[in-house]
Design a protein around this ligand. Structure first.
Ligand SMILES: Cc1cc2nc3c(=O)[nH]c(=O)nc-3n(C[C@H](O)[C@H](O)[C@H](O)COP(=O)(O)OP(=O)(O)OC[C@H]3O[C@@H](n4cnc5c(N)ncnc54)[C@H](O)[C@@H]3O)c2cc1C
Ligand code: FES
Ligand code: FES
Length: 1421
């Protein structure tokens, strides 16, 4: 007790301050005590800076990126004289140039969602609002991004802007393009496909900094276009955009660096580092938080040790990237937090003759810089470990994490998948720890990790520093890592390996070796037997073979080991060792110590993972109709999106008496609810109430088509994540805390957890069985016409929507509770209105749902957002108070359903020439626990099961499987991609059977105009052949194929593959009544036009296209048209914004309304000559003409009857084709897309820039589906996951593509209109094309589309499937790898083709050690 009091006194000394000052966007803010539980993001949003978004809360998406500027205390000491000088000059420095930089200041990007609020004390926080706004002027970064069409839904946009901004502020010269791509690794975008973002930012990567100065602005003003690729004057920007010329996008790369209003330079507005913070004495901090949390920021090691002796369980924090996850997602609570970022003793970075000393608090970004310098300054031999660590850091999270995460944090977390720990162990690092009494002891890294997340530290010790010894002559260290995704992903398996050799009379003998793996065991695992085996052996092939054998005994993974993928992980461990052996052999050979090195093809085993820069090319023509239609106009709200001003549901200011809600979710896949106990929650802070099925005033039964769901489960639950009730409390956090205290008891019931289990027990939804036939399949099979008949199965994986904006709604009552209004992030306001009216028992006329914009939807917010709003409406209605609900990312992913997984069973008959004669196909989709839209999804899959192939005999049956998973739902393509993917699988199989190329089989079977499709519709205006031929030329298919074959011949361990895939996508809702649209057009007396229609803007540019149609109708500028929001009280009974048809339908409805108004204006116009539309509008008003009209449109000539399985479900088709070339690492399964070439027929595009954006975005999203994104559910194949639970419920485990995953060269072309002319290709981002971009092209395709407004075509969904070209290119590469081992037979490759699937399909001696060649990796379907 005595010592305790003493320690209390230590902490109570006067040196501890409670005054926390921070600057936010140049404004001084004193942070009150009591907020230690808050993150910086919560604080920023609470003070109204809602430009910084909450996308995931776990550091995985970058939506919350802000820039921190701080004064480097270390530099202050070493530069004290200079510092004084700099103070005076600083204004000048920081004001004049964007790239101003001085070592004394650090500017860096962080994830505000993980940063504890007080961690930024004494610093300057700059958010997206701080750098520019639409009222004053945009920052050049913002300007460039909006002009380059780099913002679609806009939810990710502020994060990208701030990552780029931090990079520019931290550079003393313009960054390289590589650096720009690197700095965006921690930012996810689900809409754009990244290309336009990279292009927008690439403009800042000039070597000539004049581009950022006044001179540059003057240049621009004089009209000289500076090519963003070369930084030199270039023709690529000169073209004009008129109605016939091919557009150029050069103008987009012209960020305004001056205010267009007052002409001032933008850089004069750059926020400077606040002088107060420069002068302010840094103090030790002692602050508090919710429920007694204590937050300390000591400045000296002794203070840390004193605190540690006072609070035995105190948690040290630095970056909080681990602790933040523990408190948020693992519900761990730490009462005392000691932030050790400012302790000099823990921030040491020094060198001596023995090695490097690295303080425990050193941030990874600092370590990276330090190692780079050391490697440059010291001889090669000494720095082998340094190089390995530096290389590993390249693949370690995004910059936002590396900027704050520390070396010590990584070590002390002792994660079994830590990327660095195997390297510290292998490199022989020594850890220094210090006790509270000041005793220092050293522990070799290899003895530090005791068991799962447990290290060799006593409660009163902390890690002080790491000593990394220099490597010696003949000592080699190498790092390895394989993750799902190359960048910003945690490892599946990683390793650190070291060998020390003795060179004696021409032989090389192993003196010492360390082989350490991560991701194999609960701790980083030393392969002890292998190490022992190696010692004393000669470095040759015998050693390799022997070691590989012994390694199998070291690597023990049981069948259901956590993480799964046992065979893959074991194979990787061997592959890594083989790579290490090859690496060392090659090094020795290079240095002349080993006569025989690797042969030429063997070198491919060690090719570094170098990824060149990405390049995009877009080719399109402009076909202008009137003032606006056909122009590549910017997204209407892009300026608001790049500045963070654009409002999303979660940004809407809440009324003062708002309550917050959290859902009570089932934790069992199928169970009877025995009891629900809220007694603990009742005493939870801020708790207001728990609402369940008994509180529902209207009907508890909901559903978009049939009402087969319960709003709140009453007796049984049928999936994990089903809503049982809703808790409301005064804050979001309190609602969550209280919801965690609700105890539900269950009696478990048997659950169906896969399609196969449902099929086995015939668990199909009633009345959903479907059949489509054409010809006579049986007869054809029996007739002998088919030379071959084969059968097989295709498994198609699901996909999470991963819209960047999680579901959010604000619901409130009006007029004493008589009406209810809401703002919701839905793509179907009418459906939301309908659900709410139903559960509250109110007439639809009293329920209003509004949606301004949503941060992406992709189908996921069509029906599966409505039940969330409906749940929140119950307490709102009962309590007569506004209720806000915003789902956490993991909850959103867990409960809102995904793209349906499918199982296809086929029997296909074909001739030896490759002509397909008959297909008999059974389709099953995984609906989950309610029908939702699953029957319609299945139907579309059936309609698309022919893709573009003419098959005389077809029978397709379909069943909708009931499973105990959350209800699956619409997702871009709505079943179409699944149907087409199955088709392309059997096409590819036929090709293998016949030893022909799949492209040949595809071409041979193309449908032509007049062909009767299997559902009775006659194909018209098909452009597949033209697209195919153009694509073949564009990608030089024959030559590329030859090059690929040549590459494969010379590379044993890396293979390339190519594929071309066509698509045909039917446009219309297949449910006829949904093909209707309404719009309201209002003309005001100043000539401006307000348009409201039933569609929701979710980034796809719908409002922009519709406004273009209105502008052209009235012959007015686009800027005169405004679309404010979607609201059920303006346009009633709207269909969800889906099926790609919204521009067609709402565009036509608006056109209709404009026509009506124009007709009314006509006689006034004829009577009163007017000089402007405003004048005419005024004249009409004075003549009492109604300037408001309701337009309406129904899609004509469609209809389908499932009774006879015949009709015309589609108004028309959108066609496309894509080529892809990939390269795989056969030893690890890593791959990248070298090139993708996409061509689509979009008729006369309404807005080619938006359409190109849709194609690129859909393609990259499709790439995620076919190659990256794997949903892992607790099913019989994944017993290490709790039954029915989703393991991949956040960006940490579910990997959507990053900017690093897009094709290195991505070309998108729109099919040209039918005439011959000289064209100039669009070429801004492609140097080759820039220099040689003019040519004559014969354009022979007819692309008029009489079925849609202005001859345009729908674009949202059709390109998605084209990404399958990447899957088939991967398969092509795997075929080459298998051929090396003598395997030539067909093999299945499920999507997603993750590293596991690629690696395990590339059979070789390493995989054969652990499994059979027939091994088929597990997939949750
Ligand atoms: C999005 C994201 C991506 C990531 N990617 C990777 C990756 O690619 N590879 C990888 O290996 N990890 C990764 N991580 C994990 C994590 O970021 C790292 O382990 C990081 O280095 C932790 O450092 P920190 O400073 O943030 O730790 P903190 O969260 O601040 O602390 C972590 C733990 O270390 C303890 N600790 C810290 N310093 C000391 C000390 N001196 N003495 C005793 N205990 C101490 C703390 O008390 C705490 O228990 C990722 C995390 C996130 C959120
Ligand atoms: S919200 Fe912070 S990284 Fe996603
Ligand atoms: S624009 Fe990037 S997520 Fe929508």
């Amino acid at each position: 007790m005595g010592s305790l009091i003493k320690a209390e006194e230590v902490v109570a000394e006067g040196e501890w301050s409670t005054e926390a000052v921070v600057y936010v966007n140049g404004v001084r803010r004193v942070l009150p005590d009591g907020l230690a539980h808050l993150t910086l993001l919560q604080y920023l949003r609470d003070i109204g800076l809602t430009g910084t978004k909450l996308g995931c809360g776990e550091g995985g998406c970058g939506a919350c990126t802000v820039m921190i500027s701080c004064f480097d205390e270390r530099s202050r000491k070493s530069h004290s004289v200079q510092c004084h000088e700099t103070h005076r000059n600083f204004h000048l420095l920081d004001c004049k140039l964007i790239f101003s930089y001085y070592d004394l200041y650090r500017h860096y990007a962080i994830n505000a969602c993980l940063a504890p609020l007080y961690s930024v004390e004494g610093m300057h926080v700059i958010t997206v609002e701080g750098i520019g706004d639409s009222g004053r002027s945009l920052h050049p970064i913002q300007e460039s991004l909006s002009q380059a069409h780099g913002s679609q839904c806009g939810f990710c946009t502020p994060g990208f802007v701030m990552s780029m901004y931090a990079l520019l502020r931290s550079c003393n010269e313009p960054p390289s393009e590589e650096k720009i791509e690197e700095c965006l690794a921690g930012n996810l975008c689900r809409c754009t496909g990244y290309r336009p973002i990279l292009d927008a930012f690439r403009v800042f990567a000039k070597t000539d900094d004049l581009i950022y100065t006044k001179t540059m602005s003057e240049n621009n003003l004089s009209g000289d276009f500076i090519c963003p690729s070369t930084g030199k004057p270039c023709d690529c920007g000169k073209g004009t955009t008129n109605s016939t010329e091919t557009s150029t996008r050069g103008k987009q790369y012209n960020p305004f660096l001056y205010n267009k209003i007052d002409g001032s330079l933008y850089s004069e507005k750059e926020l400077i580092f606040p002088p107060e913070l420069l002068l302010k004495k840094v103090m030790s901090l002692r602050l508090h938080g919710f429920e007694g949390i204590k937050w300390y920021r000591p400045l000296r090691l002794q203070q840390v040790l004193d605190l540690k002796s006072l609070y035995r369980d105190a948690k040290l924090v630095i970056g909080n990237t681990e602790v933040g996850i523990e408190t948020k997602f693992k519900n761990l609570q730490y009462k005392v937090l000691i932030s050790v970022t400012h302790v000099p003793e823990l921030n040491i970075l020094s060198l001596n003759e023995k090695g490097l000393e690295i303080g425990a608090s050193v941030r990874l970004i600092e370590l990276q810089k330090f190692l780079r310098k050391v490697i440059a300054d010291y001889p090669d031999d000494k720095t082998s470990s340094c190089k390995a660590i530096l290389e590993q850091l390249k693949w370690f999270a995004g910059n936002q994490i590396k900027n704050v995460a520390s070396v010590g944090g990584n070590i002390c977390t002792a994660s079994p998948i830590s990327d660095l720990n195997p390297l510290w162990m292998a490199a022989g690092a020594i850890f220094q720890v210090i006790s509270c009494k000041g005793n220092v002891r050293t522990i070799p890294a290899k003895d530090f990790f005791l068991s799962y997340r447990k290290v060799n530290l006593t409660y009163d010790e902390i890690l002080l520093s790491i000593f990394l010894p220099w490597t010696r002559h003949f000592e080699f260290v190498k790092e390895f890592k394989q993750a799902h995704r190359r960048e910003d992903d945690i490892a599946l398996v990683n390793a650190g390996m070291r060998v020390f050799l003795k060179h004696d009379h021409g032989t090389l003998e192993v003196l010492d070796a360390s082989i350490v793996y991560g991701g194999i065991a609960p701790v980083s695992l030393t392969a002890t037997m292998t190490e022992n085996y190696l010692i004393g052996k000669k470095w040759d092939d015998i050693l390799l073979q022997g070691a590989l054998k012994i390694l199998q005994e070291d690597i023990v993974l049981t069948e259901n080991a956590p993480g799964g993928m046992v065979e893959f992980r074991k194979s990787l461990s061997s592959s890594f060792f083989f790579k290490f052996f090859s690496f060392v052999t090659n090094e020795l050979n290079h240095k002349g110590f080993l006569i025989e090195g690797l042969n030429a093809t063997g070198l491919s085993a060690i090719q570094p993972n170098y990824r060149p820069l990405t390049r995009g090319i877009q080719c399109y023509e402009l076909t202008k109709h009137g003032t606006a239609v056909g122009l590549p106009a910017m997204h209407l709200s892009s300026k608001l999106q790049v500045t963070g001003e654009a409002e999303y549901a979660d940004d809407v200011p809440t009324p003062p008496n708002t309550l917050h809600a959290a859902l009570i979710l089932s934790r069992k896949p199928h169970a009877r609810i025995l009891s629900i106990d809220d007694s603990l929650a009742k005493s939870s802070p801020g708790f207001i109430g728990l609402f369940g099925h008994r509180d529902v005033p209207g009907s508890n039964k909901i559903g978009p088509i049939i009402h087969d769901e319960e709003l709140f489960a009453s007796e049984t639950v049928t999936c994990v994540g089903q809503v049982i009730g809703i808790v409301v409390a005064d804050t979001h956090d309190n609602a969550k805390i209280a919801s965690n205290k609700i105890v539900v008891e269950y009696e478990e019931l048997p659950a169906i957890l896969s399609i196969r289990e449902a099929v086995k027990s015939c668990n199909f939804f009633p009345n959903t069985g479907r059949c489509l036939t054409k010809g006579d399949v049986e007869l054809c099979f029996k007739s002998g016409a088919c030379d071959k008949v084969i059968d097989g199965e295709v498994q198609v994986g699901g996909q999470e929507h991963f819209y960047l904006e999680p579901n959010s709604s604000l619901v409130w009552t009006v007029d004493g509770g008589n009406e209810i209004h809401m703002v919701s992030s839905t793509q179907a306001p009418q459906k939301t209105q309908d659900y709410v009216a139903r559960v509250l028992g109110l007439p639809l006329a009293k329920v209003v749902c509004k949606t301004k914009r949503i941060g992406g939807g992709f189908g996921g917010k069509e029906t599966r957002s409505a039940f969330i709003t409906a749940a929140a409406s119950v307490p709102s209605y009962v309590l007569r108070r506004p209720i806000k609900i915003t789902l956490d990312r993991d909850v959103d992913m867990m409960i809102t359903g995904q793209r349906h997984s499918f199982l296809g069973k086929y029997k296909v008959g074909f001739t030896n020439a490759g002509e397909v004669l008959a297909i008999d196909l059974q389709l099953y989709n995984n609906a989950g626990n309610s029908l939702d839209l699953s029957a319609a999804v299945l139907e579309r899959a059936m309609f698309h099961s022919d893709n573009v192939y003419n098959i005389p005999n077809m029978r397709i049956t379909g069943d909708v499987c009931y499973t105990n998973f959350p209800s699956n739902t619409a997702f871009r393509g709505f079943g179409g991609p699944q149907g087409m993917l199955i088709a392309e699988n059997w096409i590819q199989r036929i090709a293998m059977e016949l030893q022909k190329s799949p492209e040949e089989i595809r071409e041979l079977n193309f449908q032509n105009d007049g062909c009767m499709l299997h559902y009775g519709q006659v194909l018209q205006s098909s452009t597949v052949s033209q697209l195919w031929d153009q694509l073949k030329q564009s990608c030089s298919f024959v030559r590329t194929r030859e090059n690929v074959n040549m590459f494969n011949l010379h590379n044993r361990w890396r293979k390339r593959g190519v594929a071309m895939v066509p698509t045909k996508f039917g446009i219309s809702f297949t449910t006829k009544f949904m093909n209707q649209a309404g719009a309201l057009v209002q003309v005001y007396t100043d000539g401006t036009v307000l348009v409201t229609h039933g569609g929701v803007e979710m980034g796809q540019g719908l409002h922009t296209k519709v406004a273009q149609i209105a502008a052209s109708s009235f012959n007015i500028p686009l800027s005169s048209v405004f679309i404010s929001e979607t609201s059920t009280d303006k346009v009633p009974n709207a269909s969800p914004t889906a099926a790609s048809a919204s521009s067609d339908m709402y565009g036509a409805a608006v056109f209709d309304a404009c026509d009506q108004i124009k007709a009314r204006m006509q006689h006034i116009a004829a009577r009163n000559p007017h000089s402007s539309f405003a004048e005419l509008a005024k004249a009409c008003y004075l003549e009492r003409i109604d300037l408001s009209a309701h337009g309406f449109y129904i899609t004509p000539d469609i209809g389908f009857d499932w009774k006879d399985g015949k009709g015309s479900p589609f108004s028309y088709f959108t066609f496309g084709a894509a080529f892809a070339e990939v390269e795989i690492d056969t030893l690890t399964g890593d791959f990248y897309t070298r090139e993708a070439d996409i061509i689509m027929d979009l008729g006369h595009s309404l807005n080619p820039a938006i359409d190109v954006g849709q194609i690129e975005g859909a393609f990259v999203q499709g790439l995620g589906w076919i190659a990256l994104e794997e949903l892992k559910w607790g099913d019989s194949d994944h017993k290490w996951i709790r039954p029915g639970h989703l393991y991949t419920s956040g960006p940490g485990t579910y990997k959507i593509p990053t900017a690093n995953d897009i094709p290195l060269k991505l070309k998108v072309s729109l099919l040209k209109v039918p005439y011959t002319k000289t064209i100039r290709w669009v070429c801004c981002t492609d140097l080759l094309m820039c220099q040689d971009g003019t040519g004559t092209e014969i354009l022979d395709a007819g692309v008029q589309n009489t079925k849609a407004i202005h001859s345009s075509k729908a674009v949202g969904e059709p390109p998605f499937f084209l990404a399958s070209a990447v899957l088939f290119a991967i398969k092509d590469a795997i075929i080459a790898a298998r051929a090396e081992e003598g395997y030539h037979d067909w093999f299945p490759l499920d999507n997603p083709a993750t590293p596991e699937r690629i690696r395990m399909a590339c059979i070789d001696n390493f995989t054969k050690q652990f499994t059979t060649p027939e091994f088929h990796p597990k997939l949750s379907i």
